[in-house]
Design a protein around this ligand. Structure first.
Ligand code: NAD
Length: 304
């Protein structure tokens, strides 16, 4: 599991260990932390501090390579633009090389950002996207698009058994309060009774998936024989203003909602078409925003 000490990777490590698998967690701790995996006490878990842009070898059999390593929040990839491009390119090449050498199935965590500021709504996997390659977000969006192209080339030309999951905004425990993504930011501000900062006029939409639903979808895809991209996300679309109001309600905060400048190339809408996930994997999300926020808050307030 590359990126196994990150938000999603740590949940996926725990899930797979819970099902009796061995897990080797590979991470350079750029945006993840040992704190995310410190609670893992079971046998069969190994941590390897390694930068995936460098060649990797693992001296034991491997059945699956999950390649999650990449800065993921805008704050991180704007701070680490070259590392983001390198882990999407060299990092994906190294992870695919490992899968090829081990004859392992390979899964990459791609993103809804491959659709850019979409002109098709909701977004099916067949949509090729509308991405600005030279804007500040291009380092992430294009790294992921390049990574998908490399995965398909390894599949078609090198015969590697590959899968691509396009993840839509996911939230849950262990997101960093200062990682800049909407839900952890709103929760932090609400718990401190500070103003909630919404970008633009808050009319842009997103669709938020609770982490447990996402992990179930990723595992179902890993265990399927599918090679083409599959969207995994919650189609329950809302505006950022509605999200801010939901966080205020869930926390019982007294916070005001205030508006800030919209970031460059911020997508106006975002909603997964999950027809393929339903048909191929029999998957759909089951945890609504209210329940997901309740579970997230339970963990956050436990930590405080
Ligand atoms: P995260 O930042 O918490 O996790 C990423 C992990 O990758 C971190 O532990 C980081 O240290 C590690 N990493 C980064 N560069 C590395 C390198 N060169 N070598 C080794 N490790 C490296 O982010 P996350 O939200 O858990 O995202 C995980 C994956 O899912 C990413 O590929 C991201 O693009 C994708 N994704 C996430 C979301 C979401 O909503 N969380 C949405 C779409 C796609």
């Amino acid at each position: 599991m590359t990126g196994g000490a990150g938000f999603l990777g740590s949940h996926l490590c725990e899930h797979l260990l819970g099902r009796g698998h061995r897990v080797i967690c590979v991470d350079n701790l750029d945006t993840g932390s040992l704190g995310n995996i410190e609670q893992i006490r079971v046998g069969g878990f190994t941590f390897m501090q390694h930068d995936m842009t460098q060649h990797i070898d693992v001296p034991e059999p491997v059945d699956f390579v999950f390649h999650l390593a990449s800065p993921a929040s805008p704050i991180d990839y704007l701070r680490l633009p070259l590392q983001t491009l390198k882990v999407g390119s060299y990092g994906t090449h190294n992870a695919l090389g490992l899968a090829k050498a081990k004859r392992a199935r390979f899964l990459i965590s791609s993103t809804s950002e491959v659709y850019g500021d979409p002109q098709v709504h909701p977004q099916p996997e067949s949509y090729w996207g509308h991405v600005n390659p030279i804007g500040p977000r291009g380092v992430y969006d294009e790294a992921k698009r390049f990574a998908e192209a490399m995965v398909m080339a390894y599949h078609r030309q090198q015969g590697v058994d590959t899968a691509i999951v396009r993840i839509f905004n996911t939230y849950g425990p262990r997101m960093r309060p200062h990682d800049g993504r909407a839900i952890p930011t709103f929760i932090r501000q609400a718990l401190e009774n500070k103003p909630i900062t919404v970008f633009g006029d808050g009319s842009q939409t997103r669709s938020f998936c609770y982490v447990d639903d996402l992990i179930r979808g990723i595992v179902a895809l890993a265990e399927s024989g599918e090679h083409l991209p599959v969207n995994i996300g919650n189609p329950d679309e809302m505006t950022l203003l509605q999200l801010a109001e939901a966080v205020v309600a869930a926390t019982g905060a007294q916070s005001q909602i205030v508006f800030e400048a919209l970031p460059v190339d911020d997508p106006q809408v975002r909603q997964p078409d999950i027809t393929r996930a339903r048909a191929i994997l029999g998957w759909e999300p089951t945890i609504d925003l209210e329940e997901g926020l309740r579970r997230t808050l339970a963990k956050v307030t436990n930590r405080v």
